[in-house]
Each structure stands twice: as C-alpha cells, then as structure tokens.
Design a protein around this ligand. Structure first.
Ligand code: HEM
Length: 133
C-alpha cells in the first residue's frame, strides 16, 4: 500500500479511536445483521474485549508498510478466529462490517478515498484465514 493511503488510514484511525466507545458495538451490530448465526459464536460475555480489537486496528495501520510483520498479524488473527469456531465465510464478512462501523462513526469524513484505503487494509487483514493452521 502506498504511503499516501497509509497516511489517510492513520488520520482516520485517530478519529475513530477518539470515538472508541462506539466502534465495537457498531461492528457487531453490522456483523449480526448480515449473518445472525454469528451471534452464537461469542461466548465471552458476548463481546471481544474492546481494547483487543482496537489494538489489532492500530497494528494494522502501523504494519501496512512492513509486509512480513503484517502477514504475521493476519495469520495470528485468522488462527484465533478459526479456534473460536468462525468459518472462512463468516470471517470474510468482517471487512464489510468494519467499513459500515467506520462509516457510522466518521459520517461524511469517510470519503471514497478513505473507504477504499480501509477496504484494501481490511481485505488484506482477513486474507490469511485459509493459510492459518
Ligand atoms: C475483520 C476484523 C476483525 C477483527 C479486527 C477482530 C478482532 C478480534 C479480536 C482481537 C479477538 C480476540 C482474539 C483473542 O482471543 O485473543 C476476536 C475474537 C473473536 N472474533 Fe473477531 N475480529 C474480526 C472479525 C470477526 C468476524 C467477521 C467474526 C465472525 C463471526 C468474528 C468473531 C469472533 C469470535 C467468535 C471471537 C471469540 C470471542 C469469544 O471468545 O467469545 N470476528 N476478534
């Protein structure tokens, strides 16, 4: 990913982070709306600890220009989800739910350029599922 896109992601992440109370709730709302069965997969009081999801997103923007470290992150996340019983099909719904959550938070500041950069980053993040064993 080029430096300009990474800069866009860093700026929008700072803004998303400032609304951190909203992010996970909105992500799960969109995920469960797209596929209600995924709700049953959550056993830890319903939601992943919020700090963990934000840590993954922070790492995502930091590591985009370091392909091997990024791939390790993607593999680890995929392995954790596989272990939690998430299927490849269910996992692939992640980027869309995340994009919708970002759009809720950023409103008109979620420009087509910012959205395209996040889509690319999120697709990359979930791309290691099949390879993670
Ligand atoms: C694409 C973006 C996603 C991110 C950044 C993300 C982030 C995380 C993180 C950080 C954890 C905790 C991992 C650990 O055990 O250490 C987790 C767990 C989990 N995630 Fe995700 N996730 C994503 C997508 C999804 C999707 C699409 C599903 C679909 C069902 C899902 C279902 C789960 C489940 C079931 C757990 C285990 C929860 C529990 O133990 O109760 N995640 N996720």
């Amino acid at each position: 990913m080029d430096a300009e896109k990474i800069e866009l992601l860093k700026q929008s992440f700072a803004e998303i982070y400032a609304h951190k109370g909203d992010l996970e709730g909105r992500f799960y709302q969109h995920l469960f709306a797209a596929d209600p069965e995924t709700r049953e997969l959550f056993c830890h009081g319903n939601f992943v600890r919020k700090e963990m999801m934000r840590a993954i997103l922070a790492n995502t923007v930091q590591l985009l220009n370091r392909p091997s470290a990024f791939r390790r992150l993607s593999r680890r996340l995929a392995a954790q989800h596989r272990q939690a019983g998430v299927s490849a099909r269910q996992y692939r719904a992640g980027p869309e739910a995340m994009i919708l959550a970002f759009r809720d938070i950023l409103g008109p500041r979620f420009t087509p350029e910012v959205e395209a950069a996040w889509r690319e980053a999120m697709e990359e993040l979930v791309s290691c599922f099949a390879a993670a064993d």
